[in-house]
Design a protein around this ligand. Sequence first.
Ligand SMILES: Cc1cc2nc3c(=O)[nH]c(=O)nc-3n(C[C@H](O)[C@H](O)[C@H](O)COP(=O)(O)O)c2cc1C
Length: 519
Amino acid sequence: MDSVIDFLGTIPWWAWILIVLALIAIRDITQRKHTIRHNFPVIGHIRYLFESIGPEIRQYFVANNREELPFNRIERGWVYASSKNENNYEGFGTDRDIYAHQHIFVNNAMFPFRIEKDHPNAIDKTFLPCAKVMGEFNKRRKPYRPASVINVSAMSFGSLSARAVESMNKGVKIADAYHNTGEGGLSPYHCNGGDVVFHFGTGYFGVRGKDGGFSMEKMKKLVEDNPFVKAIEIKLSQGAKPGKGGVLPGSKISHEIAEIRGVEVGKTVLSPPNHSAFSTVNEMVDFIEAIAEETGLPVGIKAAIGKLDQWEELADIMVKTGKGPDFIAVDGGEGGTGAAPPSFADHVSLPWVYGFGDLYKLFKERGLTERIVFIGSGKLGFPAKAAMAFAMGADCINVAREAMMSIGCIQAQICHTNRCPSGVATQNKWLQRGIDVPLKSERLAQYFKTFRKELIEITHAAGYEHPCLFTMDDIEVNVDDHNLAKELSSTYQYNKTRVPFKSMQHLKDCMYLGGAKKK
Ligand SMILES: Cc1cc2nc3c(=O)[nH]c(=O)nc-3n(C[C@H](O)[C@H](O)[C@H](O)COP(=O)(O)O)c2cc1C
């Protein structure tokens, strides 16, 4: 015993420090709860230290809680706390300047909506399906009512890591939501039980013929082989880079990526700005109809909004032919991306409220809104913002970056460098390894459930049963004085069409809920 003590006594103080650091490093690498500590043993603690003292430092010396972009600390904190099912409340009242220009108010009712004992929300506080059915008007063979109004927006395997995609897919399964594949094709990581919306752009990855164009044969096979694919989304553009094509460098095309995307290993592939499958609005409608006919699924389009002339043409064709997209996903100019030039991300396409308002108005004027499920994306993954989107005519919300944050993204804003420290937006094997899939899928699901619960509560406070019942007069936007504060209807100059909603029970009993057929 004495000899052991003597030996320990001979170890210099600095060696003790190294031993302690080594023990901390072992503990960090073997634990699965904190990705950052796993990926950056010992020094990862500095992030938690900075994070814990960051609010104070910012509050006293630097920025306020609401200053950072794209998502400020309060917003990120809300997603993190919600996804961990922690206390996500604020104490002492709001820290926002509610008299500020453009601040949003939801007009509450004198008496909130009353929930009876057997109401679906008395049984499940997070039950909030879409009030419309995709593909019902166009009589598609497999109509789909999304079982959740919040869903994962388009993000490819390639821009996200395999573990991030797998966590999201398993998460949407738990939360009864859907998972949009993004442009990179249907990977094995998208096939873990969650509903999938298959999305493709001008590269036709996953449904690409030998000539690089669209292959209907592959599209049909993909749908036949994967019954969890519930709808198809054709990408026209996205808010962060509308009209910009892309290059997938040969160096990034591994065997796995080549297989999933249907391209050659090591050979650079271009995604041009335009589709080769159609070049006019008429041809696009024919293309949509052909895919719907061949697959039986609802088919929609995704776009960021700027000029309206071609949209007017689309609406006119829809009136004349009775055909057209089953859903339209409108992305705001504030939308995210894996990589885009700042000139595009900052300036091309309208912010969500302007773009969506212009578009909805145009379809409403022609009596088309009931035929279309409107999906909104662009920083809408927060209950009050979603309430505003519903009041303007949105039927569902797609979230990308908020979903990333729920599985550990820390808004490092380096998705384009392959060095994402949280392992979410990187192909680096070491960095990804920190993602514990079962834990992160639970977190995504919990964020979705908390979102739905709070959106339902706001809806009830306004006297309604479902957020589809919000009207443009229920939400006001501040213009500095209450006499001047304007309802959305006078700010954006339209009223949305009333959604033919019967009751939450009716949605629960729907044979198309989650695309399932009644037994
Ligand atoms: C990492 C990443 C990858 C994305 N990939 C695609 C894509 O493949 N296709 C697409 O249409 N949009 C893509 N987007 C845009 C999102 O789907 C979404 O429209 C946009 O980020 C707005 O939602 P948010 O504000 O909730 O992030 C991507 C966004 C991110 C952050």
